[in-house]
Design a protein around this ligand. Structure first.
Ligand SMILES: CCCCCCC/C=C/C(=O)SCCNC(=O)CCNC(=O)[C@H](O)C(C)(C)COP(=O)(O)OP(=O)(O)OC[C@H]1O[C@@H](n2cnc3c(N)ncnc32)[C@H](O)[C@@H]1OP(=O)(O)O
Ligand SMILES: NC(=O)C1=CN([C@@H]2O[C@H](COP(=O)(O)OP(=O)(O)OC[C@H]3O[C@@H](n4cnc5c(N)ncnc54)[C@H](OP(=O)(O)O)[C@@H]3O)[C@@H](O)[C@H]2O)C=CC1
Length: 304
């Protein structure tokens, strides 16, 4: 199968609200799932900072839409990351087009929400294939074709891999398949950060909490979406731009000493199961209850 490939030449993305222009000049970044949501926001930020970005996904129209906003620095590549032949061809095409891959962002992923006992073997496999096998295929192909081979100085070119996983880590009911797959991806990043350090490859995970992307707001049952911010101690969902800034930071020289880390970006969702003070833990004004200070009478101290 031939993979359609285009480079868009309309307008450039808006400047970054955080980082200096030119921060990523000369870099090439491959973003899976760059046609929508978090991936799209990352693409726009990376391009604004001077990177050339290749994006992949299954839907050509979504990719073209992102490319229309990103401008000439963005090339689109239709690819299903679960198919190893397509992934191989994708990486070859990106190298032919851009000459190098400095950072791979494994953002493509997802799942369906269903009680564990109702998930069929096919359903479980579908989600683990996408999130775990697909991430492995992309990581292995990019590493072996772009990062382990020698660069201009004769040494392995090196590079960075950023994989999107999921917070909370302590289990997300209705997502047993995805919870399992994302935990595996985090350990994949940790393991490879040891094995591939000798090639100068840094691998990290961003464990994303709940972000207000179009699909998050529309795919899941409405009452659960409406309740989601209330389960975040900071009291709100994340924005795609906040995700994009962390990707840009990791891709930049500021991220060079990060490897084998899981950066949890979730407004503290991982650490607590609800807002604080919880029901029954606040006074009438909404302040957390405090225990009465113990008064100690020194004369009543027990003899040593
Ligand atoms: C507010 C509540 C949630 C809070 C936490 C949320 C945290 C995470 C948020 C996000 O990740 S938001 C981004 C989500 N984005 C995506 O999920 C995009 C990618 N997703 C998909 O492409 C699909 O959802 C998919 C199912 C993961 C893969 O699609 P694919 O087209 O490959 O599979 P299907 O042919 O549709 O299905 C195959 C197989 O899977 C089972 N299945 C699918 N959907 C369901 C379902 N709704 N319920 C039960 N089982 C399902 C089923 O076995 C399908 O086989 P068949 O039965 O069709 O033969
Ligand atoms: N939004 C949130 O709250 C959270 C999101 N995440 C994860 O962050 C990532 C981005 O999420 P978000 O932007 O919200 O969701 P989206 O659904 O918008 O993004 C998922 C992207 O992955 C692509 N994709 C899916 N399956 C494949 C495939 N087989 N091959 C290639 N590309 C594929 C989709 O494109 P296409 O359909 O064209 O293939 C889409 O662009 C996902 O991994 C998601 O699970 C994690 C935690 C929370």
């Amino acid at each position: 199968m031939t993979i359609p490939e285009t480079t868009n030449t309309t307008r450039a993305a808006n400047p970054s609200a955080i980082f200096a222009p030119g921060l990523l000049d000369g870099q090439v970044v491959l973003v899976s799932g760059g046609g929508s949501g978090l991936g799209r926001a990352a693409v726009l930020e990376l391009v604004a900072l001077g990177a050339r970005v290749a994006i992949c996904g299954r839907r050509a129209d979504a990719l073209e839409d992102t490319a229309a906003s990103a401008g000439a620095a963005c090339s689109t590549h239709v690819c299903d990351i679960r198919d190893e032949d397509q992934v191989d061809r994708l990486v070859d095409d990106v190298l032919a087009r851009h000459g190098r891959i400095d950072t791979l962002v494994n953002n493509a992923g997802g799942q369906f929400l269903a009680p564990a006992e109702t998930i069929s073997p096919k359903g479980f496999r579908t989600v683990t294939r996408l999130n775990l096998d697909g991430t492995w295929l992309m990581t292995h192909a990019v590493a072996t074709k772009a990062m382990i081979p020698a660069g201009p100085d004769g040494r392995p070119a090196g590079g960075k891999v950023v994989s999107v996983t999921l917070s909370p880590h302590h289990g997300l009911p209705g997502m047993v398949h995805s919870s399992a797959a994302r935990a595996a991806v985090e350990n994949m990043m940790r393991e490879l950060s040891i094995e591939w350090a000798r090639f100068g490859i840094r691998l990290n995970a961003i464990a994303a909490g709940q972000f207000a992307t179009d699909i998050f707001m529309t795919k899941y049952p409405r009452p659960m979406v409406d309740a989601a911010a209330g389960l975040v101690p900071l009291g709100r969902l994340g924005t795609p731009e906040e995700f994009a800034w962390l990707v840009a930071y990791l891709a930049s020289p500021a991220g060079d000493f990060f490897s084998g880390s899981v950066l949890t970006l979730d407004g503290a969702r991982d650490n607590h199961t609800g807002p604080w003070p919880a029901a029954g833990s606040a006074d009438a004004a909404g302040n957390p209850l405090t225990e009465a200070r113990q008064t100690r009478d020194p004369s009543a101290q027990a003899p040593r």
